[in-house]
Design a protein around this ligand. Structure first.
Ligand SMILES: Nc1ncnc2c1ncn2[C@@H]1O[C@H](COP(=O)(O)OP(=O)(O)OP(=O)(O)O)[C@@H](O)[C@H]1O
Length: 252
């Protein structure tokens, strides 16, 4: 589904990604790990076209992803969640989730402003879909509540709901369990595994929580200083001497 080759991104003197290559198969959950500053977020920002690559190629379902303009990423089937939650605090949970479906409405500015019957039907359809996703993620009770003031674990599910309502084929999750307590981590991991089947979605997950990565991902890619240093099944990557050195910060 995704083939990354020689991806390089520089910021002035810093090479945030240095010739990174890996591939993701449809239906897999791939973990992307590495110490702080390894380049994980930069990689996500390339895949969603927020950052331009200085070199390399990314093929997504056989197409050149780097040629897709940023505004067309959602329609291409790619969604993401954010490390620090990208929600609108004063909007209701339902409206936050509906933002994720914006590219699925066919109405233009004029037809939407005139609220023609077709537009109203379309809005009703997307609302019903959003309500289905809210229900699936146990968010119905808070659907009309503003995002602000809700517990962090709930907001993580709202972010996931917003990404899912866009019907993505590839979902990029940036630290989905960061800030959750250990019971919540286990619960969220179970939810993600189930969602992957139910929504037929391929996932790439940036995460520092090793228990989550090792227990939930099918494959793991490890970056360090912008380079890929290991790739493979979780247990293998965890034992890799270079990965251990990268995390322990030793040279021996
Ligand atoms: N917009 C930017 N401008 C300048 N430097 C940047 C920018 N974005 C990232 N960097 C630098 O690129 C390198 C990789 O950063 P990145 O945020 O991708 O790492 P990360 O693996 O996501 O780290 P963390 O786990 O802390 O989120 C770092 O040295 C960072 O300072």
């Amino acid at each position: 589904m995704l083939e990354v080759h020689g991806l390089t991104v520089r910021f002035g003197g810093i090479t945030a990604l240095d010739g990174v290559g890996f591939s993701v198969r449809r239906g897999e959950m791939t973990g992307l790990i590495g110490p702080n500053g390894a380049g994980k977020t930069t990689l996500f920002n390339c895949l969603t076209r927020r950052y331009d690559a200085d070199a390399g190629t990314v093929r997504y379902e056989g197409k050149d992803l780097l040629a897709v303009p940023p505004h067309a990423i959602a329609a291409a089937g790619i969604a993401r969640t954010f490390q620090n939650l990208g929600l609108f605090p004063h909007m209701s949970v339902r409206d936050n989730v509906l933002v994720g479906a914006h590219h699925r409405g066919g109405a233009g500015f004029l037809t939407a402003s005139l609220r023609l019957p077709r537009v109203r039907r379309e809005e009703a359809r997307l609302r019903a879909e959003a309500d289905g996703v809210l229900d699936r993620l146990a968010l119905t009770r808070v659907a009309d509540h503003p995002a602000t003031g809700l517990p962090f674990g709930t907001l993580k599910r709202v972010e996931l709901a917003r990404a899912l309502v866009g019907r993505p084929e590839l979902l990029l999750l940036d630290e989905p369990v960061n800030g959750l307590n250990s019971a919540e981590v286990g619960e969220f991991a179970g939810t993600l595994r189930a969602i992957r089947e139910e929504f037929d979605v391929t996932m790439v997950v940036v995460e520092h929580h090793m228990g989550f990565v090792m227990g939930t991902c099918d494959r793991v890619v490890c970056l360090n200083f912008g380079r890929k240093i290991a790739e493979g099944p979780p247990a293998e990557v965890q034992r890799d001497p270079e990965v251990m050195r990268a995390y322990l910060g030793t040279t021996g």
